[in-house]
Design a protein around this ligand. Structure first.
Ligand SMILES: Nc1ncnc2c1ncn2[C@@H]1O[C@H](COP(=O)(O)OP(=O)(O)OP(=O)(O)O)[C@@H](O)[C@H]1O
Length: 303
């Protein structure tokens, strides 16, 4: 069994009259990458700040690496890495000086910083002032700071904002490496499409309430959303294809249908018939965007 690193139990957090989280419970495990997904203001940053011990829950408990993160002597703090949504650095310092500053704060050996700068692709720019860095470079410096001390739990708030596609890929390569080393990586994000295939689990929050929590596969099973089957026909003849109701012609050579749970295999068999001049078949399962919209919609209609 995998070990639990973070445990949030029945947490409610209010800021004055604003209720940011209501009775949220979730566990994060070792070697797991979790996507924390929700609208603006859903409560994602609040949840991360609670895990960091920057704020205290109004009700409920938070336990990180066996300790209360808001306690004065939170020993496990050095095993936590955090990348805030908006990284702000002293513009007058160089990248190397900035990272050394954080290494001292975290009591991490300074000797570990050059390798981190290299890991995030900033070695060549390490002696330039941060004020001359692009947004993506600052984001990468933020990531290097979060990686100081080989954290066991990494909390990354909107980490890929400002990164171009190549940098995003190298960012996710780093995340994969950390996960393999047993770290818990929590990524809060709006960029749902890029999280597919990268997150082991998805936690969806809406207006401070957790509305879904599971692997993408399990959420697909629960949501029972249709899988889209798209076929490319070799010519204008559709053969017996349209005998099955539900098909839509996309254009002269393409048609698609939404297959409900349990219908997919039967539909694929009917397409495989020699009567149908199929050139290509594409099977598109519901995306994370579709699942998110589904869970949000079912919550809204329930309440
Ligand atoms: N210090 C604060 N004082 C008062 N209200 C706050 C405070 N911090 C957050 N809130 C409110 O709590 C709610 C949750 O905010 P939070 O920042 O956790 O959301 P979020 O999901 O991270 O949003 P975003 O995606 O926009 O970053 C919002 O209504 C926000 O306005």
């Amino acid at each position: 069994m995998t070990a639990e690193t973070v445990q949030v139990s029945g947490v409610t957090k209010t800021y004055g009259k604003v209720r940011a989280l209501t009775d949220v419970s979730c566990e994060l495990n070792e070697g797991e990458t979790i996507a924390l997904v929700g609208h603006n203001g859903a409560g994602k940053t609040t949840l991360i700040k609670l895990m960091l011990g920057l704020i205290r829950p109004t009700a409920g408990t938070v336990c990180v690496l066996g300790e209360d993160p808001a306690a004065g002597e939170f020993e496990a703090r050095r095993s936590l890495g955090y990348l805030p949504e908006n990284v702000s650095f002293n513009m007058a310092l160089t990248g190397r000086e900035t990272l050394s500053f954080y290494a001292r704060l975290k009591r991490v050996p300074l000797a570990s910083t050059p390798a981190l700068l290299e890991k995030v692709g900033l070695d060549a720019a390490a002696d330039r002032r941060v004020g001359t860095y692009s947004k993506g470079m600052r984001q990468r410096l933020g990531l290097a700071q979060a990686l100081l001390g080989q954290p066991r739990v990494l909390l990354l708030d909107e980490p890929t904002t400002g990164l171009d596609p190549a940098l995003r890929r190298s960012f996710y390569d780093i995340v994969t490496e950390l996960r393999s080393a047993g770290a818990t990586v929590l990524l809060s994000s709006h960029a749902l499409t890029e999280l597919e295939g990268r997150a082991d689990r998805v936690v969806i929050v809406n207006r401070g309430v957790k509305i879904a929590d599971g692997t993408i596969e399990s959420l697909r099973r629960i949501a029972r959303l249709p899988t889209r089957i798209r076929v490319k026909l070799a010519d204008d003849r559709a053969g017996g294809l349209f005998r099955t109701g539900g098909w839509r012609r996309v254009n002269g050579h393409q048609a698609e249908i939404d297959a409900g749970p349990g219908e997919k295999i039967e539909l694929l068999r009917s397409i495989a018939s020699p009567e149908v001049p199929v050139e290509d078949i594409e099977v598109v399962p519901p995306s994370l965007d579709d699942l998110y919209a589904h869970f949000l919609g079912s919550r809204e209609s329930a309440g």
